[in-house]
Design a protein around this ligand. Sequence first.
Ligand code: GLU
Length: 516
Amino acid sequence: MAEKTRVRFAPSPTGPLHMGGVRTALYNYLYAKQRGGDFILRIEDTDSQRFVPGAEEYIIEALAWCGISPDEGVEGGKIAEEASAKHPHAPYRQSQRRHLYREYAEKLVKDGNAYYAFDTSEELDALRKEYESRGETFTYNFKVRHSLATSLYLSGEETERRLRENNHWVIRFKVPEDRVVKMSDMIRGEIEVNTNTLDDKVLWKAADELPTYHLANIVDDHLMEITDVIRGEEWLPSLPLHYLLYEALGWDKEQPRFAHLSLLLKPDGKGKLSKRDGDRLGFPVFPLEWKNSEGEVSRGYREDGYFPEAFVNLLAFLGWNPGTEQEIFSLEELVNAFSLDRVVKSGAKFNPDKAKWYNQEYLRMHDDKLLAVGFERYLAKMGISSDIGYTEKIVSLLKERAAFISDFWDLGGYFFIAPSEYDMAVKSKFWKEETPAILGELSSILSSTEDFSRDEIERILPAVIKERGWQMGSVMNTLRLALVGASKGPGVADIIALLGKDETCARIERIIRSFA
Ligand code: GLU
């Protein structure tokens, strides 16, 4: 039987998920779903120092908003006890798996692949300083380990004594000396690293009885039968250690395949895309809004009015392309089209205009009724209520020019509130001495017009203007100024038909009075 693909997204709850993290989750999801496999959400919370309350809930909500639902994993901020109790791979939060890791760390020690290290952090700090003063960098590795307080050097008895004495010790991996680790990455190809460049990483800490990321990650990927690891390139330097750990634990035959995704870059391509770039250039870098403990709010795509489908689509294209002209893909289409060999090795530049373009495309594809409902919600927040039929007509009229639901307000707020100010540049250009009289006459013509349809108004207006010998530009522009307050908007006939007879005439009378 062919192996079932099992991938995991394994964020640490150290803050809101950056959009690069969501992209990692998305690529994992697409990869698994294309193969009929499972997508697992595992929370890597073994570093209690960096734990941020609310971050796990944020991750879950962000994935749900994107429609990337895990087949297994933590749910709603707590493990769905019933389902997970039955599941052989549960639980999915590492802090709840803490009892599992020690035996693997001890096994590594027993087999000579790891050792107890008793150096205190003060001793290590002093060593670092001493090396620094000589212009060197202290690395805990094969060169120094024998001269330090480790079980490699101390007698069995002394080791036992120190283990019992306090809980300041750790278990470190004993990186083999001068070996070339040959690795394979599904995006980057073959990679080789000499082990002499590595350090003896801490795997387990007695102080909190918790594993570090490296041990927990390898043990869990193994126990959860993960077949493919797709993660950010910041983890590439850890890959040799992970290979060595698989080997030392005797799991190298079943170790997962790896793929490391390149970074998302700033719009100018110079460096990693950060929250500061977003603030500076006016776009979110987080899927959802996030408020930190100081009450500082970071904007989110959701709150900025992005459709989740547009967000997913634009994320998919940050580092991948289908090799065709097609740019609009639903999640299902992405599942079919995605492939790791079309993922770029170099960083993917984020383009905020392209992000907006995606949203605009999705807005156009949306049904007017749905957009109207969304717009009414927006209006309700401002205390404006509107008839859904009316809102729908406005939405359909303005749709081509909107990228976000909020644009309907910027483009067509005058459909709900009569202008209280008028663009004076337009006034000084088109308002003539005779304008009040002309507009007054137009108002009475309109009020006696039976058929107030758009087409009829479109027919009457120029006919009347021509017949009276009025100046077309001046009349049409001042009429628009009366209705809109500025020179923007769709056709005047469209606006008049939508506003209706009473409102149109009231607005005309109002501008006449204003400039009297
Ligand atoms: N917990 C790691 C992170 O926060 C996971 C890295 C991995 O996928 O192996 O990114």
